[in-house]
Design a protein around this ligand. Structure first.
Ligand code: F6R
Length: 240
């Protein structure tokens, strides 16, 4: 694991965003694994800004998102698909035909097989972007007794429901989601994980300095050959 520490999330947005823009310009038909949540917003903002300035095009980029809620339509205002459309897809020239998303309302086993096949036929994920949950989750792989494999249907934990229910102001937050598994995430050629803020400091410490254990799913990244962790000072504050 390579660890990079920055002053704040704005600086991470610029440095990681610049990395993405350069990578896309060098590899215009690359395959990007994308995450939702608050953490990647500065990176998406940077890419959108450079697209608007004519410095990068995403028209041949293929994308696969990590996860999607079950039990709400894809165009629900709180779906992860809507999040991506609002924060990246509609602000760039990503071709809708190149967007891969888990269907939270499909049969979980069939959907898992479909997603794995789609990623494989695209040539695999070049860079997987990740955030981390306060309990060490990556995508919606919550702490448990074993590392998960390909995409699967997960019952969300109380900790995740508490963290994400702030977005569901006038409807109830779904209790299940489809998520890429740890096995599918680990297949990515490169992984970039971003963590910002003090609330992530303990999870970051466990991920980097703790044992590799499914009790902290992100700790598995210690075994990935090319993972870069971008932290702000607050998220890095408990590291030795
Ligand atoms: C999002 C995802 C989650 C988030 C994590 C952190 O697609 O899979 O694992 O990355 O919950 O969320 P934020 O960035 O909102 O703190």
């Amino acid at each position: 694991m390579e660890i990079k520490i920055f002053e704040n999330e704005k600086e991470i947005g610029e440095v990681a965003g610049r990395f993405y823009v350069d990578f896309i310009n060098a590899n215009p038909s690359c395959v990007l694994g994308l995450a939702t949540g608050a953490t990647p917003l500065p990176v998406y903002g940077y890419i959108a800004e450079k697209y608007a300035a004519g410095e990068v095009s995403l028209k041949d980029v293929k994308t696969f998102n990590l996860d999607e809620y079950c039990g709400i339509p894809q165009d629900d205002k709180n779906s992860y698909f809507t999040f991506m459309r609002e924060n990246l897809f509609s602000k760039t020239d990503v071709n809708p035909a190149n967007v891969g998303f888990l269907d939270g309302n499909a049969d979980p086993d069939e959907e898992s097989a479909r997603y794995a096949a789609a990623i494989e036929s695209a040539g695999g994920i070049d860079i997987q972007l990740l955030g981390i949950g306060r309990n060490g989750h990556i995508a919606f792989n919550e702490p448990g007794e074993e590392f998960t494999g390909e995409a699967w249907k997960v019952k969300l934990t109380e900790s995740t429901i508490a963290a994400n229910s702030i977005y569901f102001t006038d409807s109830e937050m779904p209790r299940y989601a489809m998520t890429m598994g740890i096995g599918s995430i680990m297949k990515a050629k490169k992984i970039i994980l971003i963590a910002t803020g003090e609330s992530k400091a303990e999870a970051v410490r466990a991920m980097i300095e703790g044992p590799v254990t499914p009790h902290c799913p992100a700790s598995v990244l210690q075994q990935h050959p090319d993972t870069v962790i971008y932290l702000d000072r607050a998220a890095a504050s408990l590291l030795k």
